[in-house]
Design a protein around this ligand. Sequence first.
Ligand code: GTP
Ligand code: MG
Length: 205
Amino acid sequence: MVIKTAEFVKSSDKWQDCPEPTMPEYAFIGRSNVGKSSLINAMMNHKYLAKTSGTPGKTQLINHFIINESWYLTDLPGYGYARVSKSMRRDFEKLITNYILNRKNLVNLFILVDARHTPQKIDLEFIEWCGENGIPFSIVFTKADKLKPNVVLANVDHYKEELLKTWEDLPELYVTSAEKKTGCDAILDFITKTNEFLMHNHIKF
Ligand code: GTP
Ligand code: MG
């Protein structure tokens, strides 16, 4: 996909305030600091579209971008950020889960996990929750540039084994690096194909 335009629309602190759900939407989610905003910028070939930071908890609102005037890309706050109060964490969780459950044009959720780590309980629980609620998702391994390729492959295999303990089929998996722009085209191809499928089948929101 050629990115002709990538525009910031708005930040919302609840799903009811999100832009009109008139186009297919793809959202990025994952633990705080996993690299959601960085990967969005890498995919869009834009350094500062989504705000990034070395400090976890940077993205605290639901941020909508319109791409090529035809689909929404959404940067969500991270879950499991330890350095905020319990009640604040619960507010974030509510914001995220309400958005996911109510956003009717949400076509796919990209769940980002750090390629360096073994499967984390919080991510596995979130993946499980998506399954229970029938939310379509893909898994995206981030920061692959920080590891040797064979280690990345071993970690991905390990993740697959973990998923196969509870899932019959594996979701789509992507290995990425925002730093090196690895995997961005594969994600964009998936979005292109999905958008075409929706158009050909006259699926509108
Ligand atoms: P929150 O908004 O706080 O939830 O974080 P986020 O998931 O949006 O992470 P963000 O994109 O802000 O990146 C967090 C840190 O990881 C930053 O210091 C980035 O530079 C770094 N980072 C993100 N992606 C990559 C990557 O692919 N490779 C490397 N080496 N660093 C990365
Ligand atoms: Mg962010």
